[in-house]
Design a protein around this ligand. Structure first.
Ligand SMILES: Cc1ncc(COP(=O)(O)O)c(C=O)c1O
Length: 368
């Protein structure tokens, strides 16, 4: 529609609207000119692996030696590597819904079976330990956790993460912790499960990257930190798929991980202000409820009061909002969050105001 010149406001994209910080861009340009244009070691540039190992210890309390780090083409590839080296056909992976739609697909592509634990707005999209315990079976190979979460913005409290660690140790399964949004938290602490000691660290794969924190989605740099045998297997697997992540992008990533907290803080605090704005505006729309997301950059308003008559599902509603008022959102059911839509607030305040105003108008017309 945009290509046809139609004025569409997109609140659908899951990526920062900021530019990559200049020192990071400069480092990659310098690397290009210095000849970082060749193949490199599959598990990553040794300097970058060292920087990530240091970062995990200093910022996350996670002990991971350089040989435990594998740099990939985005966190997405790290997740896929993890699924492929851990799962045998029939192995179950517990996923906490609403979840990023890539997870069940990756689990299935690796031969595994996703097992869904459904959360709702009432619990702020945080699972209870009873729910998780009930999902464990003799076939459970892993649980995949994502806090701060896409699409819900949930940040799991420390006690939940502790409970998940206890379950994993007790039933001897793996934890894949996707911490890609770790720095985007608003008034809550981010807790890395692998920081809870060696028993859980031996069963944990911590996944992170540059995409969200440093506005580097297109650079495609992510990483995994895993016990040595798993890290080796992930590197071997990746070696047959893509080899090393982009050489000069990795040089930029070194600079990104070394950026001062204040450069990230500017972006984080802007997201927090936008989050507050979005929640305030959404709560003004009759019969729309929304819980306060504590991390990432998404809000998941419940629009179920508008479903059932002219629009049967959130899919139809999202389609309608695009056609009728030209706002792009993502229907909640793609994340197993039926009756909701996902809005990204990684967009300017003007866009957010105008977009939510249009949504409000669209919903009003539906009722009329
Ligand atoms: C929860 C989650 N994990 C991982 C990713 C992918 O990150 P990357 O760009 O590093 O592959 C995304 C991107 O949307 C995401 O939302």
């Amino acid at each position: 529609m945009k290509a046809q010149g139609i004025d569409v406001i997109s609140l659908a994209a899951g990526e920062p609207d900021f530019a990559t910080p200049k020192p990071v861009r400069d480092a990659a340009i310098a690397a290009l000119n210095a000849g970082f244009t060749k193949y490199g070691p599959t598990p990553g540039d040794p300097e970058l692996r060292k920087v990530i190992s240091d970062k995990l210890w200093n910022e996350n309390g996670v002990r991971a030696a350089v040989e435990q780090i594998v740099v990939s083409t985005g966190a997405k590839q790290s997740l896929f590597n993890a699924c492929n080296v851990l799962l045998d056909p029939g192995d179950e992976v517990i996923l906490i819904a609403p979840y990023w739609m890539t997870y069940p697909e990756q689990v299935r592509l690796a031969g595994g079976t996703p097992v869904k634990v459904q959360t709702t707005a009432e619990s702020d999209f945080v699972p209870s330990l009873v729910q998780l315990q009930d999902a464990v079976s003799p076939r459970t190979k892993a649980i995949l956790i994502n806090s701060p979460a896409n699409p819900t913005g949930a940040v799991f409290p420390r006690r939940t993460i502790e409970g998940i660690a206890e379950l994993a140790v007790k039933h001897d399964f793996w934890v894949i912790a996707d911490e890609i949004y770790e720095k985007l938290v608003y008034g809550e602490e981010h807790v890395s499960i692998a920081s809870f000691g060696s028993e859980i660290a031996e069963r944990a794969i911590t996944i992170g990257g540059c995409s969200k924190t440093y506005a580097m989605t297109g650079w495609r740099i992510g990483f995994a930190a895993a016990p040595v045998a798993v890290a080796k297997a992930m590197s071997n697997f990746q070696d047959q798929v893509t080899s090393n992540a982009n050489s000069f992008a990795q040089r930029g990533a070194i600079r990104a991980f070394m950026l001062s907290d204040s450069s990230v803080e500017d972006m984080r605090s802007e997201y927090e202000s936008r989050r507050n704005l979005v929640i305030e505006l959404l709560r003004e729309i009759p019969d729309v409820s929304v819980n306060v997301p504590h991390g990432a950059f998404y809000a998941m308003p419940d629009v179920s009061a508008y479903l059932g008559q002219r629009m049967k599902t959130d899919m139809e509603l999202a389609e309608y909002l695009l056609d009728e008022v030209k706002v792009a959102t993502v229907p909640g059911s793609v994340f197993e969050g039926h009756g909701h839509i996902r809005l990204s607030y990684a967009s300017s305040r003007d866009n957010l105001r105008a977009g939510i105003e249009r949504i409000s108008e669209g919903l009003r017309k539906l009722r009329a």
